[in-house]
Design a protein around this ligand. Structure first.
Ligand SMILES: Nc1ncnc2c1ncn2[C@@H]1O[C@H](COP(=O)(O)OP(=O)(O)OP(=O)(O)O)[C@@H](O)[C@H]1O
Ligand SMILES: [Mg+2]
Length: 316
């Protein structure tokens, strides 16, 4: 791989043997993806070019990215008792992810989303629905499952359960990665327990005075993050670790659908971290996995094999 300016691993490998590489706790969904010539205006009638159901969800997609890269993964989340939930988990099951901690809630619909994708640049608009009964609570989580993992991946959909899980992970020396699209004060406790908050532009908009990315990153690092990053879609990412700024443009690919790019970024980051990469190389792995995932339709359509990521890392 090409030389990078990292001095050592972003997260030193633990001496304790662990049964699982990545534990993901959070959302899964079945996305209905419709492609359009361009995003509609309010009140407009427009033809869909095509429309298909595709599995997605932030943590489920990130975990699948890790499994495709060869990591041993466990996923914990809730589904309803319906076909949508079964379809949302099918790729994880096929990839050998441990789903024994998934809880099925009867009488509740599984999480779904309606997504419009612009056929020209792959930009997406997401409308999602999650029944309140799908929110995880502590009883869904087991301390020993968290302690058995080498890394914990969370999203912001279950702030209370997530904060508890992050606390258990921290006490056991397990690094915690968070995906958050928006900030609200009910995330404060969760944020305090996160080593690697990797947030989107929308989070920065609501977290800092004027949507300032530097301020967002500085606040997260001052709050205890080992490294914080804001993802910027086709403009790549900006990150801060200690007082070191790291930024890279997005990896150029033939983009078909950017749905799930952020989710894949988190999976790629977890993979890089567990390879023992330094800060920049870990972020580059995330950037590569995210871009490669944009090559095909659906949140999980383009998730790469390890060899494909290594090719991108060697080239740049
Ligand atoms: N058009 C693109 N080309 C290449 N890479 C992209 C593109 N769009 C996104 N990415 C990659 O995906 C990462 C995350 O994208 P983005 O910031 O849009 O995430 P997000 O807002 O969380 O969206 P989502 O979670 O719905 O995918 C970017 O930092 C970049 O690495
Ligand atoms: Mg996202």
């Amino acid at each position: 791989m090409t030389r990078v300016d990292d001095t050592g691993p972003l997260w030193p490998p633990s001496s304790r043997p662990r049964a699982v590489d990545v534990l993901g706790v959070g959302q899964n969904a079945l996305d209905r993806i419709g492609r359009v010539e361009r995003h509609p205006r309010k009140g407009e009638k427009q033809m869909l070019l095509d429309s298909r159901d595709r599995p997605g969800g932030q943590v489920a997609t990130a975990v699948l990215a890790c499994a495709r890269l060869g990591l041993r993964c466990t996923y914990v989340g809730r589904i309803g008792d319906d076909d949508a939930g079964r379809a949302a988990l099918a790729p994880l099951r096929a990839a050998g992810v441990d789903l024994s901690g998934v809880r099925r809630i009867s009488g509740v619909p599984s999480q779904t989303a309606m997504i419009l994708v612009d056929r020209n640049d792959g930009d997406r608009t997401i409308l999602w629905h999650r029944a309140p009964e799908l929110q995880l609570d502590r009883a869904d989580l087991r301390r020993d499952t968290i302690e058995a993992a080498r890394a914990l991946l969370l999203d912001a959909g279950d702030p209370e359960a997530g904060a508890w899980a992050a606390g258990v992970a921290r006490a056991a020396g397990v690094p915690v990665i968070l995906d958050a699209d928006h900030y609200a004060p009910d995330l404060d406790e969760l944020l305090r327990g996160i080593d690697f908050p990797l947030v989107s532009r929308g989070f920065a908009d609501s977290f800092s005075e004027n949507g300032s990315i530097p301020e967002t990153l500085q606040r997260l690092v001052r709050g205890g993050a080992r490294l914080a990053a804001v993802t910027l879609g086709d403009r790549g990412f900006v990150a801060l670790t200690g007082d070191r700024w790291i930024e890279e443009p997005a990896v150029a690919v033939a983009v078909r659908d950017t749905t799930g790019a952020g989710d894949a970024f988190h999976g790629g980051f977890a993979w890089g971290l567990l390879q023992g990469f330094g800060a920049r190389q870990t972020l580059r792995a995330a950037n590569a996995v995210a871009a490669l995932n944009c090559r095909a339709e659906g949140a999980q359509g383009g998730l790469p094999a390890r060899r494909e990521v290594e090719e991108v890392l060697a080239l740049r």
